[in-house]
Ligand binder design. Structure first.
Ligand code: UDP
Ligand code: MG
Length: 319
């Protein structure tokens, strides 16, 4: 029987954790009973440097029942890194791992379908949202604009799939080969290959607590996604540069002719406008280039993506 780990990143999730732990344990027990997964399967909570009692709760859960595994990161590294830390730990013990959010937004009832597809031999199973009805108008709009932009920029991600997915051990091993520090999992995973499938699910409202993804973090995530997977912005800057250069050649001829005729002062407005316009564009271009240089700088340092402070894992269930 296959060992499956549920991997749940948690950042200040004490309001939802007891309920999430209860529901996941129930589902896991069900699946074990149905003979779909092995009894040594685990629910792993990754504490991403929470400032509240999240880690205490996780340790407590682990003490009460070893089905719960605790992974404590040394400090807050963000959702993607926390998830990655959990997946890389799970890879050592499990035949497959399912990643899901702590707030029960990813419908846990869909887990069984993930397992079924895995037992049919699929290596990666993506959870895709059937509707976005529970999202606010703003979140839905920005999310869709983001997918369009990603597509336009040449980085293909699966629409309406976040990080609710199952990955087999060999898919996780393949994932561990990707050494980039700027992690954007939903862009990397489709590049792994293997046989994949999709499970559709309804995304619920957050069970309790507040979103840990405010607009600022979401924008940073979008920039990360685009600049990690595409160099199209740089190409666009180059194209724009050529375009502006050709215009300036025409303008040069124009100014030269007006100067010959003697209308020197009339060109003043045009010049001032072009100075400001081109100056602005140059700054914009420098910004985009700087973004990539900054990324390169971060990547060459090869810093660890996470540091595990402690791991609570016990060999055998008490059954
Ligand atoms: N999360 C994390 N580290 C962070 C921010 C979030 O591990 O720095 C976790 C969080 O606990 C949750 C998941 O990532 O399990 C998704 O976060 P959230 O539900 O706040 O995002 P939203 O659903 O609002 O996009
Ligand atoms: Mg959420």
């Amino acid at each position: 029987m296959k060992t499956v780990w549920f991997v749940v990143p948690c950042y200040n999730e004490m309001e939802v954790l007891p309920e999430t732990a209860k529901q996941l344990k129930q589902i896991m027990a069900d699946l074990v009973q149905k003979g779909k997964i092995g009894s040594d399967s685990r629910i792993a909570f990754v504490n991403d440097g929470s400032k509240d009692a999240t880690w205490n709760m996780i340790s407590q859960l682990h003490m009460e029942d070893p089905v719960y595994v605790g992974i404590n990161l040394a400090h807050n590294r963000g959702h993607q890194n926390a998830l990655f830390a959990g997946l890389m730990t799970a890879k050592e013990y499990a035949d497959a791992a399912i990643s899901l959010d702590a707030d029960l937004q990813d419908d846990v009832a869909a887990i069984e379908q993930f397992i079924d597809k895995f037992n049919e031999g699929k290596d990666i199973v993506y959870g895709v949202r059937s509707t976005r009805a529970t999202d606010t108008f703003f979140k839905r709009g920005t999310a869709h604009a983001f997918y369009k932009l990603m597509h336009f920029m040449g980085a293909d991600t699966l629409k309406d799939h976040a990080d609710y997915r199952l990955m087999s051990k060999r898919a996780l091993e393949a994932l561990s080969e990707y050494e980039e520090v700027n992690l954007f999992l939903r862009g990397i995973v489709p590049m792994i290959g293997f046989e994949t499938d999709i499970v559709y699910y309804e995304r619920h409202e957050r069970f309790a607590g507040e979103s840990k993804y405010p607009l600022k973090k979401m924008l940073a995530f979008a920039v990360e996604g685009i600049t990690s997977f595409s160099i199209k912005p740089i190409r666009m800057i180059t194209a724009l540069g050529f375009f502006l250069f050709s215009i300036s050649v025409f303008l040069l001829v124009y100014f030269f002719v007006t100067w010959m005729i003697g209308y020197t002062v009339t060109g003043w407005t045009t010049i001032v406008i072009s100075v400001w316009g081109i100056g602005g564009l140059q700054l914009l271009a420098l910004g985009v280039i700087g973004e990539y240089i900054g990324k390169t700088y971060l990547e060459v340092k090869h810093r660890p993506r996470y540091t595990i402070e402690s791991l609570l894992y016990q060999e055998k269930n008490n059954d």
